[in-house]
Design a protein around this ligand. Structure first.
Ligand code: URA
Length: 233
């Protein structure tokens, strides 16, 4: 259970406005604690007891969400390279402190599943090389695939230009002449494109359909979905 916190601090950290705006929200009688209107911003409460305009607080114990990233969007906060994924999220999420961020990144020309969180610990856990979180990518390449690639990708010997260590074994499944899925447990920069490039293929389409236990299911392009916050061991 969370610790009691001042209402104005709690609301400001969850994106309900600046500290001053959060105070105003409380002053004006928009906030209840265990069903009773509280108008003192300094009143301490636990988040599960608090309602704002009759609604429970949004993800008070930490935010985790899925985003179906469209092509053409970048995963940085400020960018002159085009629209950012943060433009697709509710404005309130962008006012949270700690700030929301993506768990790893997809490049501008890749679509698919991105996890969004305000919990640095989750980012660390799920992007650490030791975590070996499986990511599945759907890939289309420019030329007919050769079955020999399956063995090469699985061998743990694929060497990317400019890197010391070869890639960990990856599972390639050939689905059609130029179509495949690849499962990686690492997250190196542009890894899928560079793995194919190292063998002479050019990736023309790339989409991530899975990250660890999470799948896009029927989430539409550009849409997001709040997820239950996982229990961390
Ligand atoms: N591999 C890539 O090449 N790009 C991504 O966005 C993710 C993995």
């Amino acid at each position: 259970m969370s610790k009691p916190r001042r209402l104005d601090q709690m609301l400001a950290s969850l994106g309900y406005g600046s500290r001053r705006e959060a105070m105003g929200l409380v002053d004006r009688g928009n906030v209840t604690v265990r069903g009773v209107v509280v108008t003192e911003p300094e009143h301490k409460a636990i988040s599960s007891d608090v309602l704002v305009r009759g609604e429970p607080l949004e993800a008070p114990e930490g935010l985790l969400a899925l985003l179906h990233k469209p092509l053409g969007y970048v995963c940085t906060h400020a960018s002159d390279e085009g629209p950012t994924i943060y433009e697709l999220l509710p404005p309130r999420w962008l006012k949270r402190n700690p700030a929301v961020t993506s768990v790893g990144r997809l490049d501008k020309d890749t679509s698919g599943l991105l996890l969004i969180t305000d919990q640095g610990l989750l980012v660390q856990r799920w992007t650490s090389p030791k975590a070996l979180v499986e990511k599945i990518y759907e890939v289309e390449v420019d030329a007919s695939l050769d079955v020999k690639l399956v063995e090469i990708f699985a061998s743990g010997t694929v060497q990317l230009r400019g890197e010391d260590k070869p890639c960990l074994p990856a599972c390639l499944k050939i689905l059609g002449d130029k179509l495949a899925t690849v499962t990686l447990t690492e997250g190196r920069y542009h890894q899928v494109r560079r793995m194919f490039a190292s063998q002479g293929w050019h990736v023309v389409k790339l989409h991530r359909s899975r990250f660890g236990a999470y799948e896009l299911a029927d989430l539409k392009v550009g849409e997001h979905q709040l997820l239950p916050f996982p229990a961390l061991p």
